[in-house]
Ligand binder design. Sequence first.
Ligand SMILES: Cc1cc2nc3c(=O)[nH]c(=O)nc-3n(C[C@H](O)[C@H](O)[C@H](O)COP(=O)(O)O)c2cc1C
Length: 351
Amino acid sequence: MPNRLIDALSISHPIIQAPMAGGITTAELVTAVSEAGALGMIGAGYLDAESTRHQIHEVKAETDKPFGINLFVPSPYKEEKDIIQKAQLSLQPYLEKLGSLGVESAFTSYEQTLEIFYRQVNVVIEEQVRVCSFTFGMPSSDVIHSLKQAGIYTIGTATTLSEALAIEAAGMDAVVLQGSEAGGHRGNFLAGVEQSMIGLMALIPQTVDQVNIPVIAAGGIMDRRGVQAAQCLGAEGAQLGTAFLTCKESGANPLYKQAILEGQQEDKTTLTKAFSGKAARGIENDFIREMRKFEQELPDFPIQNTLTKSIRSAAAQHNDRNMMSLWCGQNPNLAEPITAQQLMHKLVDEA
Ligand SMILES: Cc1cc2nc3c(=O)[nH]c(=O)nc-3n(C[C@H](O)[C@H](O)[C@H](O)COP(=O)(O)O)c2cc1C
């Protein structure tokens, strides 16, 4: 079967290891995936330009196979003192529980975030990274144009048909369709999160009927059956996050990997804004349950993310998974503690 992703990206398998910002997509993981013939992706969402370049260099030092990078498109947000103070109060009990750590009070402004984003785009161009994908919105036409001029393959993230159409109209080369099953943050940018929770089974066919660029399916895909099902519905590629997260090369905290691998029967995943101010899917824990009453009045992303940073890192140090963010898709039962190469063998040969 002809496959436009395989042709355009010079890869052997139309499988993408999801970019997972926050230290999960280590150079080892990205390299192992690309060496196995799929597309490894660096999650650079939380990095500055210098660290972005450093991670690109780390991957380049290990492989000459194609790999990609993913950036967060900044959206305007305000620093509202009242809302921030309320959020700080709601977080106080957790700070005390973990031993009175100071809570971050210096926030990066929207303008600074935008500046960092533009610098990252320049780094991607200077370093000639093969693929650049985006989430949380669409980059400006100038950014898309500069990347395409430099020969870089651009991918947007959509959670609805309208978003996929907008990504295609903006001239991007492919679209990741993020189903409601997906782990991590929601990439919706045209409608609210409630209107943008569509399962992949419904989302893929309605999109491929109207969109001409290649569609890459993401959300709950863990094995060969999932990849084939997505292909059956018309997707040309599959992007897997949770499946790669528990791989040996991933930089996820061991406790986090264990939570996915061992908690499969009783733990359920849920959507929460409590950790970052933006809706994301993860394993439900005490922090999520207790913070639910504040969900409607939390500061925007990334302010809430900054506010909970010391809680999340102290919780990891105290081995307390009840206060860590455990992003995970709806299919943790199929996660395995194997190497990325073993996972690739299963994805490709299992049929
Ligand atoms: C821990 C984690 C971090 C993620 N970080 C990013 C990210 O930085 N950029 C992005 O575009 N998607 C990110 N995602 C979403 C993935 O791209 C993808 O939509 C999701 O993993 C698919 O669902 P699955 O986890 O069930 O495979 C993340 C997902 C997880 C689980």
